[in-house]
Ligand binder design. Sequence first.
Ligand SMILES: NC(=O)c1ccc[n+]([C@@H]2O[C@H](COP(=O)([O-])OP(=O)(O)OC[C@H]3O[C@@H](n4cnc5c(N)ncnc54)[C@H](O)[C@@H]3O)[C@@H](O)[C@H]2O)c1
Length: 362
Amino acid sequence: MKRLKIALIPGDGIGKEVLQEGVKVLKTIDKIDNNLFFEFEEFPWGCDYYVKNGKMMDDNGLEQLKDFDAIYLGAVGHPSVPDHVSLWDLLLKIRKGFDQYVNLREITLFNQSLTPLKDKSEKDIDFLVIRENSEGEYAGVGEWMNKGTPEEVVLQTSVFSRKGTERIIRYAFEEARRQKKSLTSISKGNALNYSMVFWDQVFNEISQEYPDVKTYSYLVDAASMYFIKEPERFEIVVTTNLFGDILTDLGAAITGGLGLAAGANINPERQFPPMFEPIHGSAPDIAGKGIANPLAAIWSVAQMMEYFHEGNWKDYIIESIRVLLKEGRYLTRDLGGKSLTTETGDRLIEILTQMVTENKSK
Ligand SMILES: NC(=O)c1ccc[n+]([C@@H]2O[C@H](COP(=O)([O-])OP(=O)(O)OC[C@H]3O[C@@H](n4cnc5c(N)ncnc54)[C@H](O)[C@@H]3O)[C@@H](O)[C@H]2O)c1
């Protein structure tokens, strides 16, 4: 029997609402599968915590989290706290502190009706973006000089170390080899004449070790256009922290929106716990109304199952999402339905339970 300890950080706004639905899915798995047992501990960290305590998480927060098998996060952010504080003092602290240098974001169209792209269907939009998650443009290095004066100058430095660049690109090549798919690198070597020239060079160097993997290399501006016009070009994509952040929101937009997009933060050496989260934020505009789409958070549970080598459960969850979207009766407003977050979550669990039971009896 596998006992897995999950740290829950619901965070702020709709983060709390959608995480509850994901936890219901985990509890369903726990109930059905005699070999899996989940233990949960919830942490109250986020913007409310900041307002009361002047910090987003406990000072020894990473110490408290380090022995968990996974962290499951809702979302952080509230208008009462500057966004750079809520992001850097919780989310990025965990990603960096636990060296979760791989960010996995699947861009999969479940149902043709969900894409705003004309003439594109499920077979055209199905790829994985591997985003560098520990350095690059989000290294947090810079300077703010002569603040508030006419001579004010701000520097935000990107950091691309050989170790950091090689390890993400190598990870992507390994994944492409394993899945027998092509690998596309997205950079900007023409304008960013140090960092992105270096990125392209490392990509070329490592590609020599993987002659079996077909490669492509695009500038980020061209790649943005192809995401819309020809998404079928992509199978596996590797890119930098900033480009990956932006492009995957675009990826979400062509597959049904932020309510359907999940992201996994992984330390592949498994020295530290991974963190699973929907990629959307706390959505203050709809928070507290019970109308947020929980499917991104539920998809995160599927990614968690894959990380735990429980691929069957990943497949069941993904298939259940597909069925729920196809039947179209329990969709939240962002997808054109009228259901509440909890109703969508409950229906998902019904579909999942039925699917597993039917499969067992075969
Ligand atoms: N990972 C994170 O925790 C994360 C990510 C992005 C933004 N943020 C924070 O969230 C706050 C709001 O940021 P934002 O408005 O730019 O982005 P957002 O993702 O919160 O919302 C963008 C839009 O998408 C909608 N939306 C998002 N998720 C949805 C869901 N599950 N169901 C239905 N609609 C959904 C929102 O209603 C909003 O109109 C800010 O404080 C920001 O810093 C946090």
